[in-house]
Write a protein that binds this ligand. Structure first.
Ligand code: C2E
Ligand code: MG
Ligand code: MG
Ligand code: MG
Length: 286
């Protein structure tokens, strides 16, 4: 009967759901051991100054490399790490590791490092102290560290989240910089840009005008964001820059920095060091 068929579907659905939950539980279990097994790797993507197109710094982007398996991109495990709370130790690790590496680069090239911080990390009472300790032990000057947070971290259902704000205000008083990541994809009011403790706006790549679009309105939104940020004395970093035309448009609009495959994909530490070295050698002969 129809009733029985419906029940069968329910059983099937329950089985599938259970299967999915088991798969998630297994991944969380593997994620739990990944830190001690040393399976996380940091990739670095150059941030380019648009006035001279030189490397201003790098964004640290985490990768998971389980032994004998393909590399896992962050979109496949950051969500699980957040839900399970594992992002707290994992986030502390990437902060320590990328600041250690960046301190060496900073001494020679005065570059900055930009590190993603998840909402869960900012709810930890010790987050501010952790960052100060990482700076002390790495020797990286606070001014050379940018913390990337998303709009939702600071403003949740219209309410400013006080714990996150107080961590960031304290760290900024030490000189640490704060960037709003993926700007324009959240729902917060533009007025927050004026009131929140931030220094840079990272413009989400969805605002990047398409490759060879002769569409005259293509740059309207990105221009509005750049003008707004500049008016509020905030720095601007455009994400997802893939073509020469986009680079030229962004410079024309007054965007300060850009990041994207046009310049470089995220690369392992040794490749990033080589990029820096090549750039500085080119400078000496120029
Ligand atoms: P995000 O912070 O917005 O990082 C930028 C993402 O855009 C990176 O993806 C980068 O590889 C990609 N991207 C850069 N340039 C281009 C381009 O020209 N075209 C296109 N199509 N994509 C570009 P990735 O490394 O897969 O990271 C994805 C997201 O995972 C990040 O987005 C960030 O939200 C999160 N994530 C990465 N590492 C960490 C971490 O250490 N901690 C936390 N909490 N989140 C992280
Ligand atoms: Mg980011
Ligand atoms: Mg981003
Ligand atoms: Mg983005």
């Amino acid at each position: 009967s129809a009733k029985e068929a419906g029940r069968d579907r329910m059983v099937l659905f329950d089985d599938e759901l259970r299967e999915k939950q088991l798969a998630v539980a297994r991944t969380v279990e593997r994620l739990r051991g990944a830190l001690t097994r040393g399976e996380f790797v940091v990739y670095y993507q150059p941030l380019i100054r648009l006035d001279d197109e030189r490397i201003a710094g790098f964004e640290a982007l985490i990768r998971w490399q389980p032994a004998g398996e393909p590399m896992v991109p962050p979109d496949r495990f950051i969500g699980l790490a957040e839900d399970s709370g594992l992002i707290v130790p994992i986030g502390a690790w990437i902060l320590r590791e990328s600041c250690r590496v960046a301190a060496g680069w900073h001494r020679r090239h005065a570059t900055v490092i930009s590190v993603n911080v998840s909402p869960r990390q900012l709810r930890e009472p010790d987050f501010g102290l952790l960052v100060l300790d990482v700076l002390r032990t790495s020797g990286l000057p606070p001014e050379a560290l940018i913390l990337e947070i998303t709009e939702g971290v600071l403003v949740n259902s219209g309410l400013v989240t006080e714990q996150a704000i107080s961590h960031l205000a304290m760290l900024r008083s030490h000189g640490v910089k704060v960037a709003i990541d993926d700007f324009g994809t959240g729902y917060s009011s533009l007025a927050y840009l004026r009131d929140l403790p931030i220094d840079h706006v990272k413009i989400d790549r969805s605002f990047m005008p398409a490759q060879d679009a002769p569409d005259p309105t293509a740059g309207v939104l990105i221009k509005a964001i750049i003008d707004l940020a500049a008016g509020l004395r905030l720095g601007t970093i455009a994400e997802g820059v893939e073509t020469r035309a986009q680079v030229d448009l962004l410079r024309e609009l007054g965007c300060v920095r850009a990041q994207g495959f046009y310049f470089s994909r995220p690369v392992p530490e040794s490749d990033a060091a080589r990029l820096l070295h090549e750039a500085s050698t080119t400078n000496q002969t120029a």
